[in-house]
Structure formats: structure tokens, C-alpha cells
Design a protein around this ligand. Structure first.
Ligand SMILES: Cc1ncc(COP(=O)(O)O)c(C=O)c1O
Length: 163
């Protein structure tokens, strides 16, 4: 149960695979290993890589791994950023109306769905995209508690941003 539809899912399989592969590597890829090697070639900083079936799993594992590695629970995310329908990150994923959203430098954490157990999003804190004071504020407020900052370089829900 995610918020988005995959338009590629509606096309025949061979075309779908071809488009997926070509979107990533011109000319296509052979196997998952080829793709992993290509990603690693382009981003040598990546030491280990794992594919998941969906984005929601990828972000769920990323947060869990960060929490396990750091022994901390705090998660910073950007207001308006969607990272899949997992409970921890389903906070301020849309753009809420102005009043509950809070000021730019300290956006409120707004839980996006009924059915999320109270406390699940307690450690999920929101910052404003491209707003350094907002990030500094949350880092200071939760000093020593942050496991990770999850960030989409190009936000799907954010529309356009001026730099
Ligand atoms: C940035 C981002 N992360 C994660 C997801 C979740 O992906 P999936 O729908 O494959 O679970 C989405 C879906 O749109 C997304 O845009």
C-alpha cells in the first residue's frame, strides 16, 4: 500500500524491463550484479549495495540500519518528502496547510495516517527543505539523538524550488 502508482507496471514485461534498464544504463543491463557494478562504478563511495523489492523496504531498512549502527533513534526528514508508506517516515510527507505546519525553521511533525501506533513517530523530526537554520535547530534540539537524516535530492512532493 503505497501512495504512488508505477506507470511502468502497466506496460508489457519485455518493454518494462527494457525501459527500466535503459533508464539506468543506456544500452541496458544484464543482471542485478551488472547493475550493482555499474552503480558502484559511478558512486565508488558505496561499499555494499542491496536491492529491495520496493522503495518502502529500502527506506525501512536504511533507517533500521542507521539506528542499529548508531544506537540512536532520532530520524530527521524533510517536510513534504515521501519515503514510502512505512510508519516511522509517514510524517509530514505531504504539504500540510499553513497553520499546523508551523514556522519554516521549525516545521511540525504531522503524522500522515490513521492507524499508526502512538509513539512510532516520536523520534521522527522534520526540517524544511533547503533551510539550513531549520536543520541546525533540529540538530541542536536533538543533539546526540540523531541516527540519520533521510533526504531525497529531488523531492517528489515538493514541486519546484528556487535556489
Ligand atoms: C522517494 C521515495 N521513496 C520511497 C518510495 C516508496 O517506494 P515504493 O512505492 O516502491 O514502496 C517512493 C514512492 O513514490 C518515493 O518517491
Amino acid at each position: 500500500m503505497s501512495f504512488y502508482d508505477d506507470y511502468i507496471a502497466k506496460t508489457p514485461t519485455s518493454e518494462k524491463e527494457a525501459r527500466r534498464a535503459q533508464a539506468i544504463i543506456p544500452g541496458g543491463v544484464g543482471s542485478a550484479t551488472d547493475l550493482a557494478e555499474e552503480i558502484q562504478r559511478r558512486y565508488p563511495v558505496i561499499e555494499m549495495l542491496r536491492f529491495t523489492q520496493s522503495g518502502v523496504e529500502a527506506t525501512m531498512y536504511a533507517v533500521r540500519l542507521a539506528r542499529a549502527a548508531t544506537k540512536k533513534y532520532g530520524v530527521l526528514k524533510v517536510e513534504g518528502a515521501y519515503h514510502g508508506a512505512n510508519d516511522i517516515l509517514l510524517v509530514s510527507a505531504g504539504v500540510p496547510s499553513t497553520v499546523p505546519a508551523g514556522p519554516d525553521w521549525m516545521p511540525s511533525s504531522i503524522v500522515e495516517s490513521e492507524g499508526i501506533q502512538p509513539g512510532t513517530t516520536e523520534h521522527t523530526h522534520v526540517v524544511q527543505f533547503n533551510h539550513i537554520e531549520s536543520l541546525e535547530y533540529q540538530l541542536k534540539k536533538h543533539e546526540g539523538e540523531i541516527a540519520c537524516f533521510i533526504l531525497e535530492p529531488c523531492m517528489t512532493n515538493g514541486g519546484g524550488y528556487s535556489s
